[in-house]
Design a protein around this ligand. Structure first.
Ligand SMILES: [Zn+2]
Ligand SMILES: [Zn+2]
Length: 336
């Protein structure tokens, strides 16, 4: 079993544990260990032979036992038990999704808003993973605390992007925005600004507790907007700490499918939104997906490989995930 496959098993364990409020601490430990495996990709068989699995950062005796089981048998009995307990058993129609064919992440942040790294550091991080493209999608102005970007700052950012692009070859930077979906479903930047950006991710961040009918209208308006490419973390949930928004997902997801708007599977372990269960429904309703780390630092790009199991469990094949498309096909799909 390679480190990425093991990371996915630990990530799923973290996800399942998070659904029990008493287990949040342990859940976080499993997610952290999964992240560490996805980042460092240690040789697990060799470590197992030397009895040194606990030398991996974030891996204590308990998690080492789960890893040993994975290395020896290719399976985790603990994961199988949790799946049964949480009534989310393995299914026979899961898809195969291979990280080596993943072309690039289209949702990331830099220190232009609330990211913790420069655009150059993010670009170099994406390039190191072999990505062909990276969407830089900082926040829109509404979220004051994160210093969101208005039209003027987007223009300044595009000048920096030209400089960074000239210094990083083999990786194409896409200039985008993670624009807030306002309470009435309008977007936090004028159409004339959204129109010139390469990627527009529209996300619900505030007022998630709106009553369902109003929230449905709000989301319907966002997915129908001609410049929206992706709905970011579509429910806004944070497993173990915050319920997501409730709305008529069938109406909204079907409308997204009609407009070719991708629904995001945000791989940040604190979000994991859409959930595999919701993504499976969205797939049945004809949706396409975007699988992103929502990285705020280069190390967070590793959220994608560790969370690929979410797409697999939802039965989503690579051809329905925009990040598996080569750049020319992606940019065609992103055009209004
Ligand atoms: Zn967001
Ligand atoms: Zn984001």
């Amino acid at each position: 079993m390679d480190a990425i496959a093991a990371a996915q098993a630990l990530s799923e364990i973290g996800y399942l544990l998070r659904q029990d409020p008493k287990e949040v601490f342990r859940a976080k430990a499993f997610s952290a260990a999964a992240w560490s495996l996805a980042l460092q990709r240690p040789d697990l068989a060799a470590l197992q032979r030397d009895g040194a699995l606990t030398s991996i950062e974030g891996v204590g005796a308990g998690i080492a036992k789960v890893l040993a089981d994975l290395v020896e048998t290719g399976q985790s009995r603990y994961l199988a038990r949790l799946r049964e307990q949480m009534r989310q058993p393995a299914r026979d129609d899961e898809s195969a999704v291979d990280f080596s064919r993943y072309q690039g992440d289209i949702h990331s942040h830099t220190d232009w808003s609330d990211g913790r790294a420069t655009m150059l550091e993010m670009a170099e991080g994406a390039k190191a993973l072999g990505y062909r493209y990276l969407g830089i999608t900082d926040h829109s102005p509404r979220i004051k605390v994160v210093h969101g970007l208005d039209a003027e700052r987007l223009v300044a950012q595009s000048r920096e992007m030209a400089d960074v692009q000239a210094r990083v070859d083999g990786l194409t930077l896409l200039q985008g925005i993670e624009v807030d979906i306002l309470e009435d479903g309008s977007l936090d930047l004028p159409d004339a600004v959204l129109e010139i950006l390469d990627v527009v991710i529209a996300s619900p961040h505030v007022k998630l507790r709106q009553e369902s009918a109003a929230m449905t209208e709000r989301m319907l308006r966002a997915v129908s907007h001609p410049h929206v490419d992706v709905i970011g973390h579509p429910t806004g949930r944070r497993p173990g700490s915050r319920e997501g928004a409730t709305y008529d997902i069938e109406a909204v997801f079907k409308e997204a499918a009609k407009h070719g708007v991708a629904l995001e599977i945000d791989c940040d372990p604190a979000r994991m939104d859409l959930s595999p269960e919701m993504a499976r429904l969205a797939l049945e309703w004809g949706c396409i997906f975007s699988l992103d780390a929502d990285a705020h630092a280069p190390a967070e790009f590793a959220y994608v490989p560790m969370a690929l199991w979410m797409a697999r469990r939802a039965g989503i094949s690579e051809d329905r995930i925009v990040n598996f498309r080569p750049l020319d096909e992606l940019t065609m799909a992103l055009e209004p």
